[in-house]
Design a binder for this molecule. Structure first.
Ligand SMILES: N[C@@H](CCC(=O)N[C@@H](CS)C(=O)NCC(=O)O)C(=O)O
Length: 251
């Protein structure tokens, strides 16, 4: 009886749970950090808004104002719980999918790193939209050029230098030690995205971050990630997402 009960708990809390991810269809965006975690863990999930009906459901959930409505995608529905904010979703999934340390201090450390990645993601977005998200890129090209310059001169060295240092002092193959966490998956995505959006600048900078590049390669070689990247579930980078390739910002 006791062991049946234990396996029941596993079904509720483990990979057998059905997860519903809600995110804009057609872009990787911030949804990708969640997808990578779900894919690495082999979790059963639906990328709901990639169907027309799902998209309508996503809009309804945000606009209804009922329950705990998220401000913006991505958000995750698990049973009756609705969780918004990428780092918050990963905090939740990290425990359930074995992608974060169990002790509180370790859990908060990984969450802290993910929040720093969220800050970086916003700064990446602002390279092409420095005047705000409501104006087209074409109407803010000059400021975008200036912002990209600053981003590469000041911010990339500061952010990636920080993560590079951590990767040197971790005592294992992954950022926080011997075990993979969702932060490793997110850093993989940062390197992939920078390579897509700023191929020349990234290539030149990679020699300064050998630890992060090795981490990226280790994540890319993980069987579930490898299979995901080769599948049609992985949306290609494009100029509607966070990482956009505008040649003039890469020189
Ligand atoms: N801090 C939030 C940001 C969420 C966010 O900005 N989502 C974007 C798509 S990537 C969005 O739809 N924003 C709508 C808006 O800001 O009006 C997170 O990390 O999840």
């Amino acid at each position: 009886m006791a062991s049946r009960w234990r396996s029941h708990i596993h079904i509720i809390e483990g990979n057998s749970m059905r997860y519903e991810l809600y995110y804009w269809p057609g872009i990787q965006g911030r949804g990708e950090y969640v997808r990578l975690a779900l894919e690495e863990a082999g979790a059963d999930y639906a990328d709901v808004a990639r169907s027309e009906r799902g998209m309508a459901a996503m809009m309804r959930m945000m606009e209804s104002g009922k329950g705990t409505p998220p401000f913006a995608p991505p958000f995750l529905k698990v049973g009756k719980i609705v969780i918004g904010q990428t780092a918050n979703i990963l905090l939740y999934l990290g425990s359930r999918l074995g992608l974060a340390p169990k002790p509180e201090a370790g859990k908060l450390w990984v969450h802290q790193l993910q929040l720093t990645i969220a800050d970086l993601v916003l700064e990446i977005h602002d390279t092409h939209h420095p005047l705000g998200p409501s104006q087209y890129y074409e109407d803010q090209r000059g400021p975008a050029k200036k912002r990209s310059e600053e981003f590469w001169n000041e911010r990339v060295p500061k952010y990636l230098g920080y993560f590079e240092n951590l990767s040197k002092n971790n005592g294992g193959s992954y950022l926080t030690g011997r075990r993979l966490t969702y932060v490793d998956l997110s850093l993989f995505q940062i390197v992939e995205g920078l390579r897509y959006a700023f191929p020349k600048r990234t290539k030149a900078f990679e020699r300064d971050i050998p630890g992060l590049i090795a981490l990226h390669d280790r994540v890319a070689a993980r069987p579930n990630i490898k299979a995901y990247l080769a599948s049609d579930r992985r949306i290609a980078f494009n100029e509607d997402g966070i990482f956009r390739r505008y040649k003039e910002l890469d020189s």
